[in-house]
Ligand binder design. Structure first.
Ligand SMILES: Nc1nc2c(ncn2[C@@H]2O[C@H](COP(=O)(O)OP(=O)(O)OP(=O)(O)O)[C@@H](O)[C@H]2O)c(=O)[nH]1
Ligand SMILES: [Mg+2]
Length: 252
């Protein structure tokens, strides 16, 4: 068997279905923790419905993903998921989808597991979006999902705290309108309006230019230089203001 022939023949099986994302399409990767309901409660014994330490690990993992070689314009995390908007002209790995799926999932898993000091795994998928409007819609979608899940989680864990089983808490909440869930919490002394924004709306990370004082060793003078820094925003604007915020971020 001649190695070069075998190599050529076998590679076809590996690469013939490789999908490359078309130029011009925006890529948004979403990483989601595998089986985190159990991991967070039973193995890590974190607080329910929300634990600040867990959210900090998620924002730190997002920061890592924005610094590991991909051109990520915006990172967003809520619950156990992370969304990453890649630059429209991203060319890394020839835009080969399998590279984005596998490397981003691996980087997220390794980083989170190190922070939590426990085996943890993320899956990854990539949306291929045709316009800025669809990119804005995508992030509005995840942001609204965060708000709905937070309301549900607060109701669920309040009922559990009153001694209800998982089944009866779920049954009691099914079919309840948003307003009824808010009223139920209020009747239990919890004003959902006052729940921290990061729980209801997640956190966003994006690049800003910061002025720094640099020292020029040749002239001996101090000079002002511009440095790119990642900013963590845990009080994101809401609803239409969030759309405007995203549009502005994409124009800059
Ligand atoms: N206790 C606790 N749970 C959290 C926190 N943030 C997210 N979660 C839980 O993480 C889970 C995320 O939902 P899913 O991704 O649908 O559930 P999963 O168990 O990870 O399932 P798969 O993603 O399908 O593998 C939900 O059960 C949330 O309640 C937190 O701060 N504290
Ligand atoms: Mg999950």
């Amino acid at each position: 068997m001649i190695f070069d022939e075998l190599d050529r023949e076998m590679r076809i099986f590996e690469t013939s279905h490789d999908h490359c994302v078309l130029p011009g399409l925006w890529m948004v990767a979403r990483l989601d923790g595998r089986g985190f309901t159990k991991l967070v409660r039973e193995k890590l014994q974190l607080e329910a419905p929300f634990d600040k330490r867990f959210h900090d690990w998620m924002t730190e993992t997002t920061r890592h993903l924005m610094n590991c070689g991909f051109h990520v314009v915006y990172g967003y995390t809520q619950s156990d998921e992370i969304s990453l908007l890649l630059a429209q002209d991203e060319t890394l790995f020839g835009r080969k989808l399998r590279k984005y799926h596998s490397i981003l999932a691996a980087e997220a898993s390794a980083c989170f597991a190190r922070l939590a000091d426990y085996h943890a795994v993320f899956d990854a998928r990539v949306s291929q979006l045709p316009s800025v409007n669809k990119v804005v819609d995508y992030f509005r979608w995840r942001n609204e999902d965060a708000a709905r899940n937070a309301l549900n989680a607060w109701c669920y864990w309040t009922l559990r705290g009153q001694g209800q089983t998982p089944e009866s808490a779920t049954r009691n909440l099914s079919g309840l309108a948003l307003s009824a869930k808010n009223e139920f919490l209020f009747s239990q002394g919890i004003n959902f309006n006052e729940v921290p924004l990061w729980q209801k709306r997640g956190s966003g990370l994006y690049w800003v230019q910061k002025e720094k004082v640099g020292h020029n060793p040749l002239t001996g003078e101090d000079t002002i230089v511009l440095r790119r820094e990642l900013l963590l925003n845990s009080e994101l604007p809401m609803k239409d203001d969030y759309s405007k915020f995203l549009q502005k971020l994409l124009e800059s």
